[in-house]
Ligand binder design. Structure first.
Ligand code: PXP
Length: 252
């Protein structure tokens, strides 16, 4: 793997996949056709992102089937399809055959994914879904789990070849001490995943401020999925140009 020298240590370069769900949230708030998450994905890739992530929820609150089909046709880098074990969504995922399928817990009333999968409790569903995903030609199947060694070993047992470590507790920590504690938990989880032969991904709540400590503390991370921080910043950093463009129209 390609490495760079960082603070006198050789560390792997982490791939960045951008989650574009919240472009769909904005579009759907007005039941409009724009802003288009597919268009956003193309801009992300043009800017250098290594791939695109989306979550097709059962309630289709942000990403729709139309988006999924167009992502498959247009995304040039890695495509990560987040899904629950809902049979209809699993069928769509198998049909689309993304590069990576990441299984996540899903509750209709939640604002966003609230925690990792309980792999042991969901084993029956996972035993049905994980082999189907591989059979559909999907090479990488990840389970989104909290950084708990038992859950991570259970993910390997359930046939996943990758775990995505849930970084939400780390992102929500409010003191330096808690941040360090959560970073250490993630590091322990990453080591357990590596020892179990799993590839390590991470995501949820990672942002411009909390990434450095995460990167410097947690080993073996090949890939991160970041959405909200990037989409939120894009809204504000694009505001100046958007107002200038509208002024040009209004004052013409
Ligand atoms: N990974 C998973 C499994 C997620 O559910 C989410 C949120 O949709 C993310 C990563 C990205 O989180 P955020 O939008 O907070 O960067």
């Amino acid at each position: 793997m390609f490495v760079i020298l960082h603070a006198y240590r050789l560390v792997p370069v982490i791939r960045l996949l951008i989650n574009v769900d919240h472009v769909g949230t904005l579009r759907n708030a007005r039941k409009e056709t724009f802003p288009d998450p597919v268009h956003a994905a193309a801009i992300c890739e043009h800017a250098g992102a290594d791939g695109i992530v989306f979550h097709l929820r059962e309630d289709r609150r942000h990403i729709t089937e139309r988006d999924v089909r167009l992502f498959r046709e247009t995304v040039k880098g890695k495509l990560d399809f987040e899904l629950s074990t809902d049979p209809e969504v699993v069928d769509i995922c198998c049909d689309v055959a993304p590069d990576l399928a990441t299984l996540v817990p899903e509750r209709r009333e939640e604002v966003t994914t609230e925690g990792g999968l309980d792999v042991m409790a969901n084993r029956k569903h996972l035993d049905r879904v994980v082999p189907r995903l591989y059979d559909a030609g999907i090479e990488q199947v990840a389970l989104f789990v909290d950084p708990v060694p038992e859950q991570i070993r259970a993910a390997a047992d359930a046939g996943a070849n990758t775990v995505e470590l849930h970084t939400g507790d780390y992102a929500n920590a409010t003191t330096d001490a808690d941040l360090r504690t959560e970073a250490e938990r993630l590091a322990e989880g990453a080591r357990a995943a590596h020892d179990a032969g799993l590839r390590v991904h991470a995501g949820h709540g990672l942002d411009y401020n909390n990434f450095a400590l995460f990167r410097d503390t947690v080993p073996h991370v090949a890939e991160v999925s970041i959405g909200f921080a990037v989409i939120s910043r894009a809204v504000l950093t694009g505001m100046d140009q958007a107002v200038r463009d509208m002024l040009a129209v209004v004052k013409a």
